[in-house]
Write a protein that binds this ligand. Structure first.
Ligand code: 13P
Length: 268
């Protein structure tokens, strides 16, 4: 097994807990949610854990304003972007536009984008490169369907997605990135992966990164788990040496439950 301290954020990595709001909450509702989070998150909660929220595009400016005005220690994230900096791409949003809103993290290649909007590995890779080019950090999502897991092809799927997603990315950039392992069968189903299954695949992500970009990059890259994470499952997942955070969907729409996940060290 790759190295890790066993306390989540192994190897000195600062855990990153991210809330992917998906297509939920208008900008008024978004403001209310981040203000609640601002009240619930205490200083010590975010001393050793980084937190990001990923609202829909229409909410970004409002959420940015509240986070900055109220000094809420939560990073701003986006859920997607185009790979070009500008151009005739109706309906798309360019990475420099996100960077201008002080967006730090961009989710790239979420399974919903891959499955529902036909994003292939090559497109995902272009997005990774352009997010990095705009000075932001991609959260590259990978994960298998339940049919793939049953057929024993989890490893091939995840390794293939990691390799394709990181093509042409420098080792230093890889080391600063985040890869989220999100088994598709666990997303929005209430069926969270067991901590040991999630650990196994996050370790596989790290060893694949070591082959691609070297041991140093592999040791600093953060691997998140995503898929039905709730306050009660977070501590077990975060105790795993190769799991450095969570990508949270449904539970991130409720301030108490998202704060409860961020405060995973308090439980047990
Ligand atoms: P749920 O937490 O709702 O299962 O969603 C996970 C996810 O897709 C986060 O990106």
């Amino acid at each position: 097994m790759p190295s890790g301290s066993g306390s989540g954020g192994g190897g000195g990595r600062v855990p990153l807990i991210s809330g992917n709001w998906k297509m939920h909450l208008n900008h008024f509702e978004a403001i209310t949610l981040v203000q609640k989070l601002g009240y619930l998150l205490r200083k010590e909660d975010v001393e050793e854990v980084e937190v990001s929220v990923h609202p829909p595009f229409t909410d970004l400016r409002s959420v940015q304003t509240v986070l900055e005005a109220d000094k809420i220690p939560v990073a701003l994230g986006a859920q997607n972007c185009h790979w070009e900096d500008k151009g005739a791409f109706t309906g798309e949003v360019a990475p420099p536009m996100l960077a201008k809103l002080n967006v730090s993290y961009v989710i790239v290649g979420h399974s919903e984008r891959r499955e529902l909007f036909g994003e292939a590995d090559e497109v995902v890779n272009r997005k990774v490169l352009s997010v990095l080019g705009a000075g932001m950090t991609p959260i590259l999502c990978v994960g298998e369907t339940s049919a793939e897991r049953e057929a024993g092809s989890t490893e091939a799927k995840v390794v293939g997605q990691v390799r394709a997603g990181l093509a042409g990315v420098s080792p230093a950039q890889v080391g600063a990135m985040v890869v989220a392992y999100e088994p598709i069968w666990a997303i929005g189903t209430g069926r969270v992966a067991s901590a040991s299954d999630a650990q196994e695949v996050c370790a596989l992500v790290r060893s694949t990164v070591a082959e691609l970009a070297g041991a140093e990059a592999a040791a600093s890259l953060r691997a998140q788990y995503g898929g039905s994470v709730k306050p009660d499952s977070a501590p077990g997942l975060m105790a795993m040496p190769d799991i450095d955070g969570a990508l949270v969907g449904g539970a991130s729409l409720d301030a108490e439950s998202f704060a409860g996940i961020v405060q995973y060290r308090l439980a047990g």
